[in-house]
Design a protein around this ligand. Structure first.
Ligand SMILES: *Cc1c(COP(=O)(O)O)cnc(C)c1O
Length: 367
């Protein structure tokens, strides 16, 4: 599988080559036109900017190679998530969401889906292994969960969901298609925020839905056109560029995160570390089974809120910002948003800084 994925990563870097004519630009042109020459209504590749544009098509072609599935681009991770849920749910349906997953997904479900007659149930990520999935229309999985980094056995949940007649949607944001392939494990749809590592430079909001069921993907595509939830050309162009370096960035980020997590676990000022690559982590064996690498996010618990905020303030190579997956390391105390984590819990996103330079800052900020 890894070889096959490597092949597709290489193909992604050359996906435009075959379509080039002599004199064409080698790098992707940013097409901002919203209208396309249409002397008659039949057979045009592009018609109107809400239906599709050459710049989206290019980034969707890259993502389709990585996902090994049809992919529809969206203007943000939440636009992709809401599209997938709207494509799968109707009044009277039940949806299962992780209680400790990305909070905006839960608020969307509570404030909008519930009002349309969808019954919303939330369970802790760790309960998915034993939950009764009967009578759900959608089982929504986030693994590793953000921010707790609990891991769900995707193949097992997708199999049980399918047996119960439910669709499985996996939020793959923390992993990207390079580190985890939920569709290969039986998921019906993958949703992701490309705002994070795929765009990778904290300068574009973007998302996508991928799937292998053509009927379901047509519904997702129709949702985009009919709701008008469409990405901008500039953002598509930035993500296209970001995807070209995703593999090398992730490789550095994951290698550094493994080094840093192991050292944090030994540090006397650190009360607890969550990193799926640590043999002592509850997610370790599942992570090895279904993830290509343990990722670049680390959960670190310090004594209290003051210690945690003080660490971020002192650490020169840790940007104090929400979000993750960028070239620079960043950290955030998640309890400030009301996540169900200890007051001293920090989510650290490890960037591409040379690891020893980063570690020496982290070590001195820990004191
Ligand atoms: C950031 C994030 C989202 C939402 O992405 P946006 O691009 O901000 O809309 C969804 N799921 C997870 C797990 C995320 O981390």
């Amino acid at each position: 599988m890894a070889t096959d994925l490597n092949q597709r990563i290489a193909q992604m870097l050359h996906h435009r080559d075959a379509g080039l004519s002599k004199g064409d630009p080698v790098s992707l042109p940013l097409v901002s036109s919203t209208t396309f020459h249409l002397p008659d209504v039949q057979g045009a590749a592009f018609i109107y900017g809400r239906n599709g544009t050459p710049t989206w098509t290019a980034v969707e072609a890259q993502l389709a190679l990585l996902e090994n599935a049809e992919t529809v681009a969206f203007p943000s991770g939440m636009a992709a998530i809401s599209a997938a849920l709207m494509a799968c749910l109707k009044a009277g349906d039940r949806v299962l969401l992780p209680k400790d997953g990305y909070y905006v997904t839960r608020i969307f479900a509570r404030d909008f889906l519930a009002g349309l007659g969808v019954q919303v149930t939330e369970l802790p990520t760790t309960d998915y292994a034993t939950a009764d999935l009967t009578d759900y229309a959608v089982v929504y999985v986030e693994t590793p969960s953000n921010p707790g980094l609990d891991v769900v056995d995707i193949a097992d949940v997708a199999r049980r969901a399918k047996a119960a007649g439910a669709k499985t949607i996996v939020d793959n944001t923390t992993m990207t298609p390079l580190l985890q392939q939920p569709l290969d494990l039986g998921a019906d749809l993958v949703v992701a925020a490309d705002t994070k590592a795929p765009s990778g430079h904290s300068d574009a909001l973007f998302g996508h839905v991928a799937g292998r069921d053509a009927t379901l993907m047509t519904r997702v595509r129709d949702w985009r056109r009919l709701s008008g939830s469409v990405p901008g050309a500039m953002e598509a162009w930035l993500v296209h560029r970001g995807l070209e370096t995703l593999e090398v960035r992730l490789s550095r980020m994951c290698d550094s995160a493994a080094v840093i997590a192991a050292r944090l676990a030994e540090h006397p000022a650190v009360l607890a570390v969550r990193y799926p690559g640590l043999p002592s982590d509850p997610s370790y064996s599942l992570a090895r089974q279904q993830m290509v690498a343990p990722g670049f996010l680390i959960g670190m618990t310090l004594k209290d809120a003051t210690q945690a905020e003080g660490f971020l303030e002192r650490c020169a190579f840790m940007v104090r910002a929400t979000s993750f997956g960028s070239t620079h390391s960043s950290g955030e105390r998640r309890a400030r948003w009301g996540d169900a984590v200890p007051e001293g819990f920090l989510r650290l996103s490890i960037g591409i800084e040379p690891v020893e330079a980063l570690w020496s800052e982290i070590a001195s900020a820990l004191g």
